[in-house]
Design a protein around this ligand. Structure first.
Ligand code: AR6
Length: 180
């Protein structure tokens, strides 16, 4: 599914983010940047052990929740990985929405800083961290919309959904942009 946001094209696909052809991909990391399962595990497996070495060297203190840091992409074809730390869902009263938004904004800023014309996001926080998928879709897509309208960049934003349910939730939210 495709939609034009100003000068930028936003694309939803179902698949594996390690296989996309964008300049940068976003990882759903933890604040220790310690690696783990889910999309983080898949990215580290595809990138190889150099990724963990580089991450530890550049960011020994990790990365705060609601932010993101950049590394190269090891054995993968993209230029960068932006390691975003989304919030753990604790019911919504602990600024989880604001933290998801700021992690997403930081990734888009990193794309600008590193001259990336294209970036791919996974559904940050919606796996192990249990953020509700519909709310996550609204936050991610609204944040992307606002950022690309204001900055005319990145020109291509791909959101990669791993499973059919997530793809359906994001598709519904993206469709609602067509009516607004
Ligand atoms: N490509 C795209 N999306 C994927 C892939 C993939 N290869 N694999 C899983 N997903 P999660 P979180 C989807 O749990 O909730 C890790 O252990 C998945 O289906 O990966 O932010 C980290 O180290 C879900 O929709 O990330 C942290 O400790 C989405 O990616 C913690 O989990 C996010 O699920 C972060 O939890």
């Amino acid at each position: 599914m495709l939609m034009q946001f100003g000068e930028s094209l936003v694309e939803l696909i179902q698949g594996d983010i390690t296989q996309v052809d964008t300049d940068a991909i976003v990882n759903a990391a933890n604040s220790q940047l310690a690696g783990g399962g889910g999309v983080d595990g898949a990215i580290h497996r595809a990138a190889g052990p150099n990724l963990m070495q580089e991450t530890k060297r550049l960011y020994p203190e990790g990365c705060p929740t609601g932010s993101a840091v950049a590394t190269r992409a090891g054995n993968m074809q993209m230029k960068y990985i932006f390691h975003a730390v989304g919030p753990i869902w604790r019911g919504g009263g602990q600024d989880e929405e604001g933290q998801l938004r700021s992690a997403c904004i930081r990734c888009l800023e990193l794309a600008l800083e590193h001259n990336c014309d294209s970036i791919a996001f996974p559904a940050i926080s919606t796996g192990v961290y249990r953020f509700p998928i519909d709310l996550a879709a609204q936050i991610l897509l609204r944040t992307i919309h606002q950022f690309v309208i204001e900055n005319q960049s990145p020109r291509r934003v791909v959101v990669v959904l791993f499973d059919e349910g997530s793809f359906g939730a994001f598709s519904q939210v993206l469709e609602s942009f067509a009516d607004s």
